[in-house]
Ligand binder design. Sequence first.
Ligand code: DX5
Ligand code: ZN
Length: 212
Amino acid sequence: MLKIAPSLLSADFGRLREEIASVTEGGADLLHLDVMDGHFVPNLTFGPFIVEAIRRLTDLPLDCHLMICDPLQYGPLFAKAGADIVTFHVEVEGDPARTFAAIEDAGARAGMVVNPDTDVRLLEPWLERCAMVLIMSVHPGFGGQAFLPDVLQKIPVLRNELGFERDIEIDGGIGPSTAGAAKQAGANVLVAGNAIYGQEDRTEAIRAIREA
Ligand code: DX5
Ligand code: ZN
């Protein structure tokens, strides 16, 4: 099933309640939360405290994308704050097995993320543990960047060569003009920040991506 995940990064944080309600009522399937630490990426966003507040504002599943250097230490805190799924990057140092265990023990599902320049085959040893794989289609750090079409080649590798059957999420530059190619390649969870929060009518923006 195709799922649409609005990224709150492009929302107006001064009106968080309304911004979340607009996509909840507009047909979103999950809410994508971008966590940045100023080290793994050159930008900073928010921590578990805000995720806990967001948890109280919606029943949508919360999809926490950790762009941070230490997912082992912080991943469980996001799970405890109410994230349903927590994804962390394959590029960070440390033993993914411990990070998976820590996130799952704290009550969330876990998955891994690959940057545009990273070989998706690096995920092979961990695929059995991934509830979802997230393919970055921009260099992480900021919303509103242009989609990098070359990353789509990773999806058939994941599906066919590596036999991954669970959710494949794509994140970055997704909108009505790029969603069709992402779906066709085999992605089934589409993240969109600017293409949803940059539009006045969120229901229509979500519909346009779903039907692309
Ligand atoms: C980028 C984030 C994305 C971002 C997507 O680092 O991971 O989730 O919000 O924004 P758009 O859809 O505007 O490219
Ligand atoms: Zn993201």
